[in-house]
Structures are given as C-alpha cells and as structure tokens.
Design a protein around this ligand. Sequence first.
Ligand SMILES: Cc1cc2nc3c(=O)[nH]c(=O)nc-3n(C[C@H](O)[C@H](O)[C@H](O)COP(=O)(O)OP(=O)(O)OC[C@H]3O[C@@H](n4cnc5c(N)ncnc54)[C@H](O)[C@@H]3O)c2cc1C
Length: 427
Amino acid sequence: MNNFNRRDFIKLMGISTAAVATPSLLKAATGQSSLSPHVVVVGSGFAGSTVAKHLRLWSNNVINVTVIDPKPNHVSCVMSNLVVNEQLNMSDITFQHAILNKKYGVNFIQSSVASINHEFQEKQVILDSGEILTCDYVVLAPGISFDGIQGLDYQKVPHAWIAGEQTELLRDQVKQMSSGDTFVMTIPKAPYRCPPGPYERACVIADIVKKKGGKVVVLDLNSKIIVEEHMFSNAFSEIYKGIVEYIPNIEIDAVDSNNLIVYTKNHGEFKADVLNVIPTHRAGKIITDLGFNTVSDRWADVNPISYELKNTENVFVIGDSSGTNQPKSGHMANSQAKVCADAIIRKIANTPLDSQERLANITTNSACYSPITSTTATWLTAGFAYNQQEKRMKAIPASLGQAELHSVNHYKDMFSWSKNLFENTFM
Ligand SMILES: Cc1cc2nc3c(=O)[nH]c(=O)nc-3n(C[C@H](O)[C@H](O)[C@H](O)COP(=O)(O)OP(=O)(O)OC[C@H]3O[C@@H](n4cnc5c(N)ncnc54)[C@H](O)[C@@H]3O)c2cc1C
C-alpha cells in the first residue's frame, strides 16, 4: 500500500536534517584558541558540498573547511538524463565551487587526493601534486568507482553514470541514431547509484526511439526491476510496447567497444548501434586504495550516527561511498552530510554524539524523480531513522511512498524538487 501522497511528498521537499549542534557550544569550546579546527573534504559532489557548506554555516564560520576535487565545477547526475534527451543544457546541471567560497568561505583546491595519512591525531591529506595538507578531521565524499569489464572503453561506450563529458558523449551518440537503430544498455548489480535511474534512462531513450523507430534493449544484472516495479514494467510493456525489451539476470562476460557488442555468459551476444554499459559500482577509488573496513567488500563501513569510519577516528565517509542500508542518491548524500556536519561540530565542542535526544532525532531521507515520457514523470521517496537497538538506520514505514501514476504535474514538481536540492547543496 502506498501510505504517502503527492502532497506529503511535496512537504518533504524541504531537505531534512538531524538535530543541529548549537554554534554557541562550539564557540565556548574553541573561543580561547587562536587555531580554528580544520576539516578537509575530499570530493565536491552532493555529499562533499553539503557537508562543507553546513560546517561553515552551523559553526558560525569557526571551522576552517577546505574542499578538494579535480573538477573545477560539479556536474550533477541528478537531472542529467534530461541532458541526454536535450531538454536541458549542461549549464543547467553545472554548479560553480566559487559560490560556496563566496557565500560561506569554503576554500577550494582543484586537485585529486592521492592518499591520506590518518594514523595520528593530526591528519595529512596528500594531493596528486605531492602537496600535503594537515587537518583535524577528514571527510571522504568521492562518490563511486566502477568494476572493470573486459574490452570496455568509455570513450566509445559511455556509462554516463558520472555526469560531465560522459553525458555529452551519450547525448551526441543518441542524437546520431537513425530509424531502425538499436540502443543497448546494461543495469549494474544493486546497490547502485539512484535505484530508479537506469529504468528512467531506458524510458528517456525509448521516448526518442519511439519517434524515430528502433529498439531499446535493457540488460539487467539483477533478477527484476528493483524499485517502482509496477510503474516501469508498465512503461516498458505498454507505453514502449514493441520498443523496449527488458531481460533480467544477465551476466556480462565482455564488451567489444569497437563493434558495440555485449557478450553475456547466459544470453548470447547483443549488437548495438549505441551501447551504454553501466558497470557495477563500489566506493570511490581512494577508499579502496586506503584499505578501510568495508561492507560487502564494496562500501566504507561507517557508524550512521556520525558517518565516522568504524575503527578509524576522525575520518568520515558520506554519500554513495558509504555502506549503510540507505539508498545511494543525491538527496540522501545531502541528508547524510548534515548528520556528519552536526557530529563533527559536536566532537569539536566535546559534546556527546550519543545522547538520547540526538539519537532519537537522527533522520535522513531520499527522493528520486524519473521522467517516463518527455512530459510526464514519477517519483519515489523513503525516510530513515536511527534504530538504537539495532544501531543502524531503518526505513520509516509511513514515509515510504511512490507516485501511483506518471503525470504532467509530477514532471513539473521534478523541477521544483531538483532546484531545492541544488540550492541546498551547492548555493
Ligand atoms: C542518471 C542519474 C539520475 C539520478 N537521479 C537522482 C535523483 O533523481 N535523485 C537523487 O537524489 N539522486 C539521483 N542520482 C544519484 C546521485 O547523482 C548520486 O547519488 C550523488 O551524486 C552522490 O553524491 P556523492 O557526493 O556521493 O558523489 P558525487 O556527486 O559523484 O561526487 C563525488 C565527487 O568526488 C570527487 N572525487 C572522487 N575521487 C576524488 C579524489 N581522489 N580526490 C578528490 N575528489 C575526488 C569527484 O570528482 C566528484 O566530484 C542520479 C544519478 C544518475 C546517474
């Protein structure tokens, strides 16, 4: 049963937060010191930008925050399928780091982080250039990395699952499709970034192919559609009848990137005119490289009351890289970042993180909107609360909701929701 209606959902568009540490506590703890605590944030996507902004905002600028990312601006995956179908431009989903610097005083360094030295109280963050930054706390928010697939060359076969040049490449390839062409895409093993995202992409492409004539083949590594099953299976079998062919339980063997062929272990081979392979994910490479404790050998093992790594003090992992039972989404990354910012501020203020009042208020939420056609969309949401007995985040049953029908109104709401999320994160 769907307990949630559209009005409830729109109320939820205001981004949720955990109980927020009071800046006065922090002032009392750091007021006499001439040295500001320094937090280095690795990655400036949804998780990294939100934590940086809120550390400055909620500490009344007491905390010195430096964000490091190799990309000069963040290109959002959220809404990026609408660049693929040319309803949006890249500039609509690109956010300047300079805004967080100007408005909140967040320092930005354009570089990749090669390593961190986390064994001592004073942490060292080592940049690709060899430069070393020292700090008191490190927040890792590097998003995802992909498992390798034999023969896969992203310059010929884009994943477009980390937005930017990959999004443009896929858009340009789809634009070149002619009547009767076949688009083949693969869906990674769950958990992956944005649970409804791959089905959304299939619908967006099918909408284009429907006008030209052709086919969309969806090769799913999972045994079934994992979210909004009714919505997407209806879309595939009714709106895009004869266009979308959905095949579950696929095992990929290799890819021929020159001839655009996917070889599978159990269903033969699939030849495409445009091929979009989205490999199975794991935490950002730096997390794997550093050899931290992992969940399922893929995700960073964190305590969800702070997102601090288990067994590694004062190093935190938020967003898609973290291994909790919460969905991997930009909305969720924003939510987790606020819990983390609150925890770091309390640590600096020597205030316990596990007071009854705080634990009872740790909540997060996630939302994804998915275009089904060029004028209609659907949505899905879930709220989570910390369960003190089980020491983990658990879905709040009454908060689980999804649209019953795809509609023009949901399509319009998608723009208000994303605007709200973008502003709360990047501005
Ligand atoms: C097509 C699509 C549609 C989506 N739709 C939705 C939606 O409707 N709703 C929703 O909530 N979510 C959606 N998502 C999911 C959302 O985009 C991700 O969950 C979100 O981006 C995760 O945020 P993050 O901060 O963990 O990672 P990212 O936003 O990917 O940011 C990671 C950053 O870390 C940087 N980085 C990596 N390694 C290093 C390093 N060593 N040094 C320095 N920097 C580094 C990267 O350059 C990057 O900027 C969608 C995703 C896709 C692909």
